[in-house]
Design a protein around this ligand. Structure first.
Ligand code: ATP
Length: 264
């Protein structure tokens, strides 16, 4: 059974010259981001070219801000960023067609009353006919063992169910790059295993934020963001170990049992 829209984007998009086969799907050159006069990200220079890249960093370090740059939710305020070969500022309106974004908080993503309408929405955005989009959404939900949720109001779902629906709403669009911002945060162990296996099987590029190092161990690369900058970048084994060591050192210095000696 196939679900994919007939109007699928070609490798060279007509409106903006995206190169969806580019080896480096994101190129950061001295990229900075300021919001309301505050520096959130600074002087980031790196290229993303591996299939699955994990992002780690403490709360508030800038991970969500970093991934928001990738699909046009934020634009750099300094430096240059190219996504699939196109300037991220000039291409910001077209980026969501190729870069799917699973939000950390499902309430920021789901906008339609029912699950099937929400999953169908992305296909409609891509130009699919309303009725066909809804049919494909139902089939897709069924394929992923979620047909029982199809007509449920999203607002009534559990947090984990909402998170899974938001993931499906992005997967159905088959974007070339999929961003996942802490997708495991509300999932039970079974759903987490299923998602892990699913992500492993996908042909698309994936950039995923996770506070659970075990979900990133088999990724191709891990990038560690600290205080809005690049702290380390490399093989998961090396970076996750260094990150864990750093957390242990900080915990020992701050006194993990003493909330007041730490800081938010
Ligand atoms: N809309 C905004 N206005 C002002 N400051 C913001 C805004 N969004 C994020 N920030 C600030 O940017 C910094 C980085 O936030 P960001 O959400 O990117 O961190 P994070 O690493 O994803 O954190 P977490 O792990 O807690 O999700 C924080 O200091 C945050 O307060």
């Amino acid at each position: 059974m196939t679900f994919w829209r007939s109007k699928r984007a070609s490798t060279q998009d007509k409106a903006v010259a995206f190169d969806l086969e580019a080896a480096s799907y994101a190129r950061f050159e001295n990229v900075g981001l300021e919001i309301s006069g505050r520096t959130i990200l600074q002087d980031l220079s790196l290229q993303l070219n591996q299939q699955r890249i994990g992002l780690v960093g403490l709360n508030g370090s800038g991970k969500s801000s970093f991934v928001r740059l990738l699909n046009g939710l934020r634009q750099p305020t300094s430096g240059r960023l190219e996504i699939f070969g196109a300037d991220a500022v000039a291409a910001r309106k077209d980026l969501p067609r190729h870069v799917g974004f699973v939000f950390q908080n499902p309430d920021h993503q789901a906008i339609f009353p029912t699950v099937e309408e929400d999953v169908a929405f992305g296909l409609r955005q891509l130009g699919e006919d309303d009725r066909l989009a809804l049919e494909q959404a139902r089939d897709f939900l069924s394929l992923h063992g979620a047909s029982h949720l199809a007509q449920r109001p999203i607002a009534e779902l559990s947090e984990g169910q909402k998170q899974l629906v938001c993931i499906l709403a992005v997967l159905i669009m088959q974007p070339s790059l999929i961003i996942l911002d802490e997708p495991y945060s509300s999932l039970d162990a079974l759903a987490a295993r299923r998602l892990h296996a699913k992500l492993e099987s996908l042909p698309q590029k994936i950039v995923m934020i996770s506070h659970d190092p075990s979900q990133l161990e088999d990724f191709d690369r891990v990038v560690w963001i600290e205080a809005g900058g690049l702290r380390a970048d490399g093989a998961p084994g090396e970076i996750l170990k260094a990150y864990d060591d750093d957390i242990r050192a900080k915990a020992a210095a701050a006194g993990v049992d003493d909330w007041d000696r730490g800081h938010l």
